[in-house]
Design a protein around this ligand. Structure first.
Ligand SMILES: Cc1cc2nc3c(=O)[nH]c(=O)nc-3n(C[C@H](O)[C@H](O)[C@H](O)COP(=O)(O)OP(=O)(O)OC[C@H]3O[C@@H](n4cnc5c(N)ncnc54)[C@H](O)[C@@H]3O)c2cc1C
Length: 465
């Protein structure tokens, strides 16, 4: 069969792949994209967006219960889980459809099917109707990742859920166990706990949210406990006894002692593994390490013309990192000279209640890297807008290099911090020191004033504390 020729073939239409395709097309390349399930990938269909839709329902529900505090009344507050899930699915569908329009607008040819590489830029696409053969000098692999499954803790969709099952929950858990306290686990714990599930989170590391600054994680833990969550740290789920129609007995080891606890639902959120299988990567000589493709800082795999971006490559496994790599790779292929991504300037956000956001080094990591540091903190209770919003729980922390004034890291917990963090990301990208941040005028009354105060505090100059 004669192959259809393109300049670039992208396999996988998540936020990495579809963004790479758009940018390459803007730069004049003839582009094909291959997708086996939904345009928009995990992010739009089973990740970032539908979880935020669920969490928004939980936030409104929570605020309705607080109506009296605001001089309002809301009686008989309740919810319909099917409607909450339907809203989330409708939003995912709307956005996935939007990607279809973007592909059309940018003249990217979409092939709905499973892509496999056969070497020399050839890609076979297996569809319902047969096989399409494509060819291009460059192939970007952007096939993403799926939930990690641990032996004995595998999701069954009934008693034990993966994130996909949790996103389309058909019943409301009464007693929920969440295994894993990374962003995905904590977001589901926050959603179901706010909606009324008696929720326990188990984390194998010595604290929840292990990648976050220790002080932020400790603050979040207290906030979750105040909301009624049970948090078990340095704890391992050894075994799940599943009793269909009844529930699950979990064997949880803490400090060498195993105890059993009963739940009606378990959500397993123990990480992800890259979708590296069945693509023909190994035969081409592409290196795979612990289920992710090994690349250099420009996402090159070492095999000429083959690139890997997003969740299939190294972390952080975040949608904005995938998209940024997509743009970078497209520019590289089109003959440009893009800058490689700086992992320490990629913010991480967890949309639980209270929210968590961070960029750069934690205090511990800054010290471990040998920096002499200055640390600033500012609490939400000291900010007028936070109090007016009824959101006085949280704080912002900055970490500076004492010698150079470089902003090494910023860490936040509290309302809307996922919207605030970008201010510090820009500061890091511009290689700003404390001097420019102190000089910057922050608008009043806003939560962003706390970002200023947390900088001032690092230099002993906080005004409202
Ligand atoms: C519950 C959840 C919540 C999340 N929340 C956030 C968040 O708030 N913020 C954030 O930044 N990140 C979040 N993430 C992570 C985010 O979804 C990923 O980092 C992002 O989707 C990665 O993008 P990607 O393009 O690399 O891959 P994906 O989005 O996984 O897309 C890969 C695509 O490739 C397709 N594919 C795979 N193999 C083939 C093949 N052989 N042929 C054709 N197509 C193929 C898949 O069907 C998929 O559509 C979340 C993830 C989950 C699971």
């Amino acid at each position: 069969m004669v192959a259809t020729k393109f300049d670039l073939i992208v396999i996988g239409a998540g936020p990495g792949g579809y963004v790479a395709a758009i940018r390459a097309s803007q730069l004049g390349l003839k582009v094909a994209i291959v997708e086996r399930e939904h345009l928009g990938g995990i992010c739009l269909n089973w990740g970032c967006i539908p979880t935020k839709a669920l969490l928004r329902s939980a936030e409104v529900f929570h605020l309705m219960h607080r109506a009296k505090e605001f001089g309002l009344s809301a009686t008989g507050v309740s919810f319909d889980l099917a409607a909450v899930v339907a809203r989330s699915r409708a939003i995912a569908k709307q956005l996935s459809g939007g990607i279809g329009h973007l592909m059309k607008k940018n003249k990217v040819t979409v092939f709905m099917g499973v892509g496999t590489m056969a070497g020399d830029g050839r890609v076979s696409v297996r569809t319902d109707k047969g096989t399409d053969e494509l060819e291009a000098a460059n192939v970007v692999v952007a096939t993403g990742a799926r939930a990690r499954e641990l032996p004995g803790l595998e999701a069954d969709g009934d008693l034990v859920w993966s994130y996909r099952h949790a996103l389309v929950a058909k019943r409301m858990p009464k007693k929920l166990l969440v295994i894993g306290s990374g962003a995905i686990g904590i977001e589901f714990a926050s959603f179901f706990n706010t909606m009324g599930a008696d929720t326990t989170v188990v984390e194998v590391m010595d604290r929840i949210l292990p990648v976050e600054d220790a002080e932020i994680a400790a603050f979040a833990k207290k906030a979750f406990q105040k909301q009624g969550m049970t948090i078990l740290e340095k704890a391992t789920v050894k075994q799940l006894d599943r009793k269909p129609g009844v529930g699950v007995t979990a064997h949880i080891e803490t400090g060498g002692k195993v105890e059993t606890r009963d739940y009606d639902t378990v959500i397993s959120a123990v990480g992800i593994v890259g979708n590296t299988e069945g693509l023909g990567l190994e035969a081409l000589g592409v290196r795979i390490d612990r289920a992710h493709v090994v690349t250099d800082e420009y996402c090159r795999t070492g095999v000429a013309g083959v690139y890997a971006i997003g969740d299939i490559a190294a972390g952080p496994w975040l949608a904005h990192k995938a998209s940024h790599e997509g743009v970078m790779v497209a520019e590289l292929i089109a003959g440009g000279h893009p800058h490689p991504i700086k992992p320490n300037s990629i913010a991480g956000c967890t949309f639980c209640h209270p929210q968590i956001a961070s960029v750069g080094l934690t205090e511990d990591k800054a010290r471990a890297a040998g920096h002499d540091i200055k640390v600033g903190r500012f609490p939400f209770i000291g900010n007028g807008k936070a109090i007016a919003l009824g959101e006085s729980e949280g704080f912002i922390k900055t970490v500076f290099d004492a010698r150079t004034g470089e902003l090494l890291g910023a860490h936040m917990v509290g309302a809307e911090v996922t919207e605030l963090i970008q201010g510090y990301v820009v500061a890091r990208t511009l290689e700003t020191t404390e001097a420019e941040l102190i000089e910057t005028v922050f608008p009043h009354p806003t939560l962003s004033e706390m970002m200023h105060e947390a900088v001032l505090d690092a230099y002993g100059r906080a005004l409202h504390m």
